[in-house]
Structure formats: structure tokens, C-alpha cells
Design a protein around this ligand. Structure first.
Ligand SMILES: [Zn+2]
Length: 357
């Protein structure tokens, strides 16, 4: 197991509490009932990404009585997380504690009988099967498309359902991903390409949006836990301009005939396809992040986004940005050299945050 940190709970068995009391309102709801609550207690979820969406969803899962929870995250708690990320407080940010560890501790306070693990790791094609296996559901609350495709492919390979939950700016998306329904690769054929989009670190996010997205996604998770069929299509949220709107789209979507995953032929992300190549540059306090399928970046769009968070210079061949105490140099062939760190994990996290995919 490639985890750098491990936290295991189960301080007391769940059945030492009176579930009829703790979960009485859930049990009263006819869609759940006693049998549904028992199924929820026997259910397990692995959360990939304990950011704004993942943290709220994980807390909801623990409170709803999900029996076993694994939290996977590569980052530490930062002050800028506190405006919208549940489970973390100012002390966690001051201690620079890993999110997976802080979240596991907090969930144990909320639900002392919970079986919870925090895994501090960057999910990649070498460790994904091992970390995600032996769960009933994968909850994708990650912050980049490389990881999202890996989660989608791995869940399909393991024959585990997954739930996709995302937000940026004032847009949110939720989708259930099961064998027989389109996978994330199929949706990417009908959605705008993932390459040039904004990220929360350049476009920001309405602080209440992750709560809505997480609640909708966890409702789908609980429906799956009690044995209800998942909703079809993508649930799309728009919460600021024009007020609140939520609607299902692509409910009739089918798996793409060209999708190797839905055809059961192969799982490209598990073979390392689409994975960034990350190389420490010798003796230079620099790390190079080379995205797969390198395409010429849209320098004008990148300049516009990065100028909001750092100092940017641009030439025909190179765009550089100074932010968070490092310098990102993005070349016209798509490579990015992060100067000011020798930590490959930090370099990749900075790339995902500010350049995106
Ligand atoms: Zn597919």
C-alpha cells in the first residue's frame, strides 16, 4: 500500500449505539426504512479527493451511517481551504496537517463507531486498483481530469460503481457511473473538452456550491446503498447568474461505440495512458510536468486566468507565472517546469491547480 499515512478508527462498534435513535429520522423515511439503514451501515465508500465537495460528502456519509469510509488525498490543509471546505479548521491549517488525516480524525469524532482510514497518496495508475478495491462505491471528488479518468477507468475495471461530483465558478455537475451507463470517457465526447477549462484556483467557486453538489451526489450514493437504481444522465447546477437552477441532462446518453472501457476491451488510464510524466530536474530545485498527448496550450486564455492569481509574462514560446512562492514556466509544447520546489507531488498539484487539463 503506497500510503504515507494511515489512520484507523472503529473505537467502538457501531451497534453499541442505538441505531434506532441515531438514525430514527432516516428510518422513518419510507425510501430508507430499517432495512435500508442496515444496508447503509454495511456499505463502504472510498472518497478520492477530500476538498470542498469530498469533505462535505464524507461528513454526510459518516452522519448517515455509512459503515466504512476511506479518504484519499495528496494535499495538506491550507488557509484558503477554510472558506468552503468542511471538516477542517484554522488549527489544521496552522499544523499543515494532511487533509486525509485531519478528515479521518474529524469523522471519528462525529461517528465514533465508524471504520475510517485516511490515505495520504497521489492516486496513480500503479496504486489505483489497490486503493479503490474492496469498496462498494468510489466517490470522485478529485480536482483534475487525469485523476478523474483514472477513477472512472479503475472503477469500471473493478466493477464498482462510481459517482462523479465537480464544481467550478458557479457550475456544478453530478453523475453516477455504473456498468451499463456511459462512463466519464463517453461523457467527454459530448461535453466541452477538459483541456482549456478553468479550475477553482483560477476561476474561483461560489462557496456554497460544493455543499449542494455534495448533497446531490451523496443522495445518489445512499440510493445505491439501499438498492435503488441510480439516476441516469448528468445533474447540472447553475447557482449564481440568474439564480439557482438544477436540471438533468444527457439522460438518454449511451456508451460511445468507440469507448474501450464500456466495450470492456481495455482501461487506458490503468495502463498509464494520459498520465503526466513528472521528472525532478537535477540540482535545479525544479520539477518538470509533461502532460500526456502534449498539445499547444492556449497562451492567451492561460494568461487571462493566471493574471488573476499571480504575475505573468508571456512570449511566443513561453508563458511564466509567479505564484505561491514558485514560478511556473509553460512551454509551447505543453511542458511545464515548476521552479522553487523539488517535490514532484507539489509540482503536479500546482500544475493541476493553475494550468489544469
Ligand atoms: Zn465509456
Amino acid at each position: 500500500m503506497p500510503a504515507l499515512f494511515w489512520r484507523q478508527g472503529a473505537a467502538e462498534p457501531m451497534d453499541s449505539m442505538n441505531p434506532m435513535n441515531r438514525f430514527s429520522r432516516s428510518i422513518l423515511f419510507p425510501g430508507i426504512g430499517e432495512e435500508g439503514q442496515r444496508r447503509i451501515g454495511a456499505f463502504s465508500i472510498v472518497f478520492v479527493g477530500v476538498g470542498a465537495v469530498g469533505a462535505v460528502a464524507a461528513e454526510s456519509a459518516a452522519r448517515a451511517g455509512v459503515g466504512r469510509i476511506t479518504l484519499v488525498d495528496r494535499d495538506v490543509v491550507e488557509e484558503s481551504n477554510l472558506a468552503r471546505q468542511f471538516l477542517f479548521d484554522a488549527e489544521d491549517a496552522a499544523r499543515v496537517v494532511p487533509k486525509a488525516a485531519a478528515a479521518a480524525e474529524r469523522l471519528l469524532e462525529i461517528a465514533p463507531g465508524l471504520d475510517v482510514r485516511g490515505v495520504v497518496a497521489d492516486l496513480d495508475h500503479r496504486n489505483a486498483r489497490e486503493i479503490l478495491s474492496a469498496h462498494d462505491l468510489v466517490f470522485d471528488g478529485s480536482d483534475n481530469f487525469e485523476t478523474r479518468l483514472l477513477v472512472s477507468d479503475t472503477a469500471r475495471a473493478l466493477k464498482i460503481p462510481s459517482i462523479y461530483a465537480a464544481c467550478v465558478g458557479d457550475d456544478g455537475l453530478v453523475a453516477a457511473n455504473l456498468p451499463g451507463s456511459p462512463c466519464l470517457r463517453c461523457y467527454l465526447e459530448v461535453l466541452p473538452p477538459a483541456g482549456s477549462g478553468p479550475t477553482c484556483d483560477t476561476a474561483g467557486v461560489v462557496p456554497t456550491l460544493p455543499v449542494l453538489v455534495a448533497a446531490a451526489a451523496m443522495t445518489e450514493a445512499l440510493r445505491l446503498a439501499v438498492g435503488e437504481p441510480p439516476s441516469r444522465g448528468l445533474l447540472s447546477f447553475k447557482v449564481w447568474d440568474g439564480g439557482f437552477a438544477a436540471r438533468w441532462v444527457f439522460e438518454d446518453a449511451h456508451s460511445s461505440a468507440a469507448c474501450p472501457v464500456c466495450a470492456g476491451l481495455r482501461f487506458p488510464a490503468l495502463e498509464g495512458e494520459g498520465a503526466s510524466e513528472i521528472v525532478k530536474l537535477c540540482g535545479r530545485d525544479s520539477v518538470q510536468v509533461a502532460p500526456a498527448g502534449r498539445e499547444r496550450p492556449d497562451f492567451a486564455a492561460l494568461e487571462g486566468r493566471l493574471a488573476r492569481v499571480g504575475r505573468v509574462r508571456r512570449s511566443a514560446q513561453l508563458l511564466s507565472a509567479d505564484l505561491e512562492g514558485v514560478s511556473l514556466a509553460i512551454f509551447s509544447d505543453g511542458r511545464c517546469v515548476v521552479r522553487g520546489t523539488s517535490d514532484p507531488g507539489r509540482a503536479r498539484a500546482l500544475y493541476d491547480r493553475y494550468v489544469g487539463r
